[in-house]
Design a protein around this ligand. Structure first.
Ligand SMILES: C[S@@+](CC[C@H](N)C(=O)[O-])C[C@H]1O[C@@H](n2cnc3c(N)ncnc32)[C@H](O)[C@@H]1O
Length: 227
């Protein structure tokens, strides 16, 4: 599977080598051709999943916990996960096979590039961005995925009534995003007073969230719909 990032300068990730377990390596070799794909034209979701169910996109799924949870709870939904970190992709591939999930597909690439290049406008019922790297240092803030340019892209890709769900354990980032989302009047916060939401049933507590909880970080969900 080729992975050739385009020449965009500032990215929301730094590609770490990351150790792969034997199981993850085997999964990448054997299951990537089955459950993952490498788009070279606009993705035809009906062809990809064999049905026209709604598609929920998970950006930067880590080891795939949130997709695994939601895909079991919602067989009537198609899940697309985009992640660059290969061990995480390997982990999700293993679990898809183990559980026999038929409604999950993966792209191993930069989600921003994939949205720009291969995802049709108004084709997504939901976009989930869970615990995106907070890039704590001020000089790294420009790497945060949640910015106005990204929201402009999301606006074109979400269906009307579609959902943008962001979650973070980093309060300063969550506050910044809360303000950013409120300024985007095409979005409606599901909570009154532009507030944070409780964790909904489709989002499990992930490894990153548990780590944050140990550090007493808290969790902040923002659930918006496209008007
Ligand atoms: C802190 S982790 C969170 C993982 C997961 N969402 C969770 O809640 O457990 C952020 C993940 O986003 C991925 N990532 C960051 N920017 C990305 C991008 N532009 N495209 C795809 N994956 C990205 C990173 O590789 C990393 O695995």
């Amino acid at each position: 599977m080729k992975f050739e990032p385009t020449d965009r300068q500032i990215r929301s990730f730094v590609l770490r080598k990351g150790k792969m377990t034997t199981g993850q390596k085997k999964a990448v070799e054997e299951l990537m051709p089955i459950y993952a794909f490498d788009p070279d034209q606009t993705i035809d979701f009906e062809k990809l999943y064999g049905n026209n169910n709604p598609v929920w996109l998970d950006i930067g799924f880590g080891n795939g916990e949130s997709i695994i949870h939601a895909a079991q709870q919602h067989p009537e939904i198609n899940f697309l996960g985009i992640e660059v970190h290969l061990p995480g992709v390997g982990h999700l591939l293993m679990v898809i096979k183990e559980l026999g999930l038929t409604n999950v597909r993966i792209i191993r690439n930069d989600a921003v590039d994939m949205l720009n290049l291969f995802i049709a406008d108004e084709s997504l019922a939901a976009i989930h961005v869970y615990f995106p790297d907070p890039w704590h240092k001020k000089r790294h803030h420009k790497r945060r995925i949640m910015n106005q340019e990204f929201l402009d892209l999301i606006q074109t890709k979400l269906q009307t009534g579609g959902r943008l769900h962001y979650a973070s354990d980093w309060h300063p980032y969550a506050l910044e995003v809360q303000e950013l989302l409120a300024a985007n009047t095409w979005l409606k916060n599901q909570e009154s007073n532009n507030g944070f939401a409780s964790r909904p049933e489709w989002r499990p507590v992930t490894k990153f969230e548990r780590r944050g909880q140990k550090l007493e970080h808290g969790s902040y969900d923002l659930i918006m719909t496209k008007k």
